[in-house]
Structures are given as C-alpha cells and as structure tokens.
Write a protein that binds this ligand. Sequence first.
Ligand code: AMP
Length: 182
Amino acid sequence: MIIVMFGAPGVGKGTQAALLAERKGIHHLSTGEAFRSAIAAGTELGKTAQEFVQSGGLVPDEIVTGIVEEAMAKPEFSSGAILDGFPRTLGQAQALDLLLNAQGKAIAHIVNITVDNEEIVKRMLLRGRQDDNEDVIRHRLHVYNEQTAPLLEYYAGSGKMINIAGDADIETVYARIEESLR
Ligand code: AMP
C-alpha cells in the first residue's frame, strides 16, 4: 500500500509517518531525512542538497525523484511505502505517477494534515532543527503555498485525499488518521 503524507512543513507529518510505519509495518521514506543524513555524511548528494535545505528552498526535482526511484526499487519497498515529504511539486507528482505506473502500483491514500500557520511556526521553533529559525520557517511555508499546495488540486479528483485536522496531540491525530484509513 502506498500512502502519501501531505501537508505544510511542521504539521507533524513526519511524526505521523513514522508511527504509521512502525504500527502498520510499512516502510517509511522521508526525503528530508535522506537529505539530512547525506548532508551529515558529507556525500556528493549532501553537498548539492545543503544550500537548498538550509535556506528552506526545494532541492531540484531531478535530484529528489532520483532518490525516490532508487529507494523504491529496494526490496523493503516492494509491498508498499509511506512517502513523507514527497511529492512536493507538480513535476515530482507526475514522476511518482510514472514510477508507480511502471511498477503496476498506485497511491492508495493521500493523508493531508492541516494546522493553522501561526501554530506551525510555534511548533517548528520548539523543534529546534537547524533549518528551523523563524525566517527559514516562513520561507518554507511560502514555498509550500507556492509549489506544494497546488498538488491538492492535482489530486483533488483522485478520490484518495483524506483531510486530517492536525491540531491535537500526537496520539489523537494518529487515531484520526487510523480511523480514516479503515
Ligand atoms: P522535511 O524534513 O520534509 O521538512 O524536508 C527538509 C528539507 O529537505 C526541505 O525544506 C527541502 O529543502 C528538502 N526536501 C525534502 N523533501 C523534498 C522534496 N520532495 N522536494 C524538494 N526538496 C525537498
């Protein structure tokens, strides 16, 4: 089963993706985590991704889709995947459709978590990640609105969108997601 975790940065999709992965036994792929570990390891990918991640911009589509294609070809993803932070642009969504089509697969659910913008800024400042200072956070929200939010329209007709209010504690939001996946 392919599940896409969708939402602005800071809505808790990474946390919920990790919980779903653990409790449902489906492998989890976070493109943000892939970039952070490549940056920490100082690989070529890390060097290329660094400036985009640190400024809160998006890593170019070809690089991101390359990583996802490579990861999804691994045996642990043969039975499904929880995609966290991907796709983030129309180009990525189209690349994902092509990739899944070629494998005879399809997205089962798109879990769209929503949280009020000011609450997001508060949460992200508490999280204290390196790319979480206020200017970068506001830039990331802007990038989300410009480049990622339009995907809601791309997927609107698919009948796969599940809207989840993310304005509660972790277990409450998890319960909402689990309920809606039944
Ligand atoms: P995240 O952990 O999902 O918040 O991602 C952290 C950062 O990694 C983002 O701000 C982007 O710079 C980069 N990133 C992660 N996923 C993508 C993606 N699908 N497309 C482009 N950039 C991405």
